[in-house]
Every structure is written in structure tokens, then in C-alpha cells.
Design a binder for this molecule. Structure first.
Ligand code: KG4
Ligand code: ZN
Length: 345
């Protein structure tokens, strides 16, 4: 089965083709960082307009790429949610229209399931059951993955997502959007130990997170010190350490609770090298193994949506009832991951 995947939930237009026999054939991404950078964050209306401009040329590109050589796909998977409504509508309407024109089935995919399955595009794919840490701009989730499609939420953030905390802290330090990579870069020059940030919600039981206090801590630290280059680097360093230590400690707790020897990390913050070092060390100490997507598939991309589409469509005797060949479609700004098993079958 050959699946065309379309991702447009936020500020990246991603299009890719996954083939069940040959693996990932081709993927393309149009990043909107330049559009949003001057506003310090994603402007939803501009994101939707950028998706409109990019999406058809990207689809043309992957279809005509020598790896696909103009072949019509067998199905189309598009991101149905969660995300920005206007942005989602672009990918969903293009995916649905192409499916209608080509007379092939289409299916709406949960963006976080896409992230969760992204490490399976690598040569050494993790086998369920495993624990998944999903850390993106909009979500921070600890998920018990007993099988593909069977997800139990163990913990989540009560306020800001990890990526959101990176973005907001970067902004208050005068660093550019997106904040995660910006903080990671300046933190390399930071002096360890000058500032010490709390590790929120680690000294009480449970697997939930809270990151908004760290952003406030960064703000008061910035206000109480002269904000020169070195101080910015020192705050970035202390903030990054606190976020990564907190995520690592909660992973340790969840691994102990589930007894799983495998950890899967995905989502934009999964590209953070300090986090990866800490999680590598943790898994070594537990005699377990950690799996990441390649760096470019940590952040939003079409490959993970094509792959998730394949996983949801495989084994169905007829593809036609997959999200139907019906013309109606909808997107979901909010969509809890653990409701998936029941409402997307
Ligand atoms: O998964 P993603 O591309 O989009 C969402 O689904 O939200 O994640 C984007 C988030 C942003 O908040 C960005 O600042 C963060 O991931 N991010 C990072 C790094 N690269 C991206 N955070 C920390 N360190 C990084 N290297
Ligand atoms: Zn994402």
C-alpha cells in the first residue's frame, strides 16, 4: 500500500509518501519560521495562508519525485487534529479533494499519534508495548502504548507544554522563535550552577507536569539580574536543565510503574540534545532502550502522517470505509489521544 501523507496542523507544511513494501519514499517540508518569526510566535491566519501557497507544489513534488515516478497513491492520510483549525482545514480539504479526484480512500490522522509512530520509520523500530514521552509545542504526554492504536494516558501537563515553555522563556529572554532550538544554542555558553531552577511537581507522586512556573522563574531571574549575553546564556542553561531533569524523572517513574524496558521519545522537544543525553543515561541505568525519530522527524512532518495512515488502513478488507469515500470531512482543534481507539475505527 502506498500512502500520501499531508501535515498542516501548525506552521510546517509536510508532504510524504510511505510504501508498505519499500518504506518511506520521499518527503518534503515547507517551514514557515520566517513568516512567524517577526511576531514571536505562530499567527494562525498567516499559517493557513502559507499552507495554501505551499501544499499543491509540495504534493506535485513528491508525486513526481523519481522515487514515486508519478504513481497515484492507494490512499491519502491527512492530519485531522489537534491543531489550528484554519491550518488543519487546508491539509484536510486538499487531502479529501485529491482522494475524491483519484477515487481512493482518505483518512484523518491524530497529529500526536503521528509523532508517536515516527520512530517506527527508523531501521530499528521499537516494538510495543512501550512508554512514550510526547513533547511538542502543544502537548506533554506520557503514554502507555500497549499496541499500535491502543493508548493509555499516564500523565500530561496541567498548564504549558514543554515546547511552549521553551518558546515563552526564549521570548522573554529576547531570543527568536522557535524558542527550543534558540535556548538550546545559547545554553551551550551557559555557566552551570549560577542559577538553580526548581524541578516542578517532582517531590510529590504522580506523572503530571507543570511548566508555567519555570517560565515565571525565568522571568523573575531575568528581572533581578542585568540581562547581558552571559546572563541570558546562564538562565537558558538553568531552564533547559530543569525542564529536561523533570521530564527524565517522570519517565523513570512511569517506566517503574509500567515495567516496560522501552521508551519512545517524539515531538519537537525530542530533538533537544540535553534531554537525549539524560534519557540515554537513564535507560542505560535501567538496562532498557530509548528510541527517537531522526532529528528532522521530531518536529512536524508529512512522513509520520503517511506512516500513521498506513497503520490505520492496513489489514482492512476494504479501504472504502476508512473515513469513507464520503465527501464530508471535519477537523478537530482539540482531540484527546486516548479517545482514539474508540472514535477512529
Ligand atoms: O512537534 P512540533 O514540531 O510541533 C507541535 O506539534 O507543536 O514541536 C515544536 C516545538 C516548539 O515549541 C519548539 O520550540 C520545540 O518543539 N523544539 C525544541 C527543540 N526543537 C524544537 N525544544 C527544545 N529543544 C530543541 N532542540
Ligand atoms: Zn507536532
Amino acid at each position: 500500500m502506498r500512502v500520501l501523507g499531508i501535515e498542516s496542523s501548525c506552521d510546517d507544511t509536510g508532504v510524504a509518501i510511505y510504501d508498505s513494501d519499500e518504506g518511506l519514499l520521499v518527503h518534503r517540508l515547507a517551514s514557515q519560521i520566517e513568516t512567524h518569526q517577526k511576531y514571536g510566535g505562530v499567527v494562525p491566519e498567516l499559517a493557513a495562508r502559507d499552507h495554501i501557497r505551499s501544499i499543491i507544489p509540495l504534493v506535485d513534488d513528491v508525486i513526481e519525485d523519481p522515487a514515486n515516478a508519478g504513481r497515484k497513491p492507494d490512499a491519502i492520510a491527512y492530519t485531522e487534529g489537534p491543531g489550528l483549525t484554519g491550518a488543519l482545514l487546508v491539509g484536510a480539504s486538499v487531502g479529501k479533494s485529491l482522494a475524491m479526484a483519484w477515487e481512493i480512500p482518505s483518512i484523518g490522522i491524530h497529529h500526536m499519534e503521528g509523532h508517536l509512530l515516527a520512530p517506527m520509520l527508523e531501521s530499528e523500530a521499537p516494538e510495543p508495548p512501550f512508554l512514550a514521552l510526547l513533547v511538542s509545542g502543544g502537548h506533554t504526554l506520557l503514554v502507555d502504548v500497549s499496541a499500535i492504536g491502543s493508548y493509555t494516558l499516564l500523565g500530561q501537563t496541567l498548564d504549558d507544554a514543554a515546547g511552549e515553555a521553551f518558546d515563552k522563556t526564549a521570548k522573554l529572554l529576547g531570543l527568536p522563535y522557535p524558542g527550543g532550538p534558540a535556548i538550546a544554542t545559547v545554553a551551550l555558553q551557559g555557566q552551570a550552577g549560577r542559577f538553580s531552577f526548581p524541578r516542578p511537581m517532582t517531590n510529590r507522586p504522580g506523572l503530571d507536569f507543570s511548566f508555567s512556573g519555570l517560565k515565571t522563574f525565568a522571568l523573575t531571574t531575568a528581572q533581578n539580574n542585568e540581562l547581558d549575553q552571559q546572563t541570558i546564556a546562564d538562565i537558558a542553561h538553568a531552564f533547559q536543565e530543569a525542564v529536561c531533569d523533570t521530564l527524565t524523572l517522570k519517565c523513570k517513574r512511569a517506566l517503574e510503574q509500567t515495567g516496560y524496558p522501552r521508551l519512545v521519545v517524539a515531538g519537537g522537544v525530542g530533538a533537544n540534545r540535553v534531554l537525549r543525553e539524560k534519557l540515554d543515561t537513564l535507560m542505560e541505568s535501567l538496562d532498557g532502550r530509548v528510541y527517537y525519530p531522526r532529528f528532522e522527524f521530531c518536529t512536524d512532518n508529512g512522513a509520520m502522517i503517511a506512516y500513521a495512515g498506513y497503520q490505520r488502513l492496513r489489514g482492512r478488507s476494504t479501504l472504502n470505509h476508512a473515513s469513507g469515500t464520503a465527501l464530508a470531512f471535519h477537523v478537530r482543534a482539540r482531540w484527546p489521544l486516548d479517545s482514539l481507539a474508540t472514535d477512529n475505527q
